[in-house]
Design a protein around this ligand. Sequence first.
Ligand code: RB5
Length: 145
Amino acid sequence: MIAIGCDHAGCEMKRIIIETLSEKGWDFCDLGCNGEACDYPFIAEKVCTEIISGRCDMGILICGTGIGMSMAANKINGIRAAVCGDSFSAKYTRLHNNANVICLGARTIGCGLAVELADIFLNTNFEGGRHQRRIDMITNLEKKG
Ligand code: RB5
């Protein structure tokens, strides 16, 4: 199950991602918003809570740039959120960073690219190995507060 959310800037992109990737077999938990003006940290928290609780496996967050969503999401322990605007980043943030949230900018990239990036992200597995040690170091940073 994939948690997905956006602020008012990203509703159309969210709709197209859900529509396209549902056809490829992905299940989505849509945490809003649905067109009304809203504050992106509120949605980021809702999506990340689904992941931390184990109810969802990964997340997709969309705002104007993806940046605000990533800043908010990365404040939550256990969340590794990456803003991606190219396919190499979408692939390697899974392979090397074990990112569990991809953040997309509805005002910086088109919906076609956004769908492709989300598709790559969801279909790429963490490589583990030497990268796990670095993820553990990030987790230790969380403990320092
Ligand atoms: C909302 O206007 C905009 O600030 C937001 O979508 C996002 O770009 C923040 O990072």
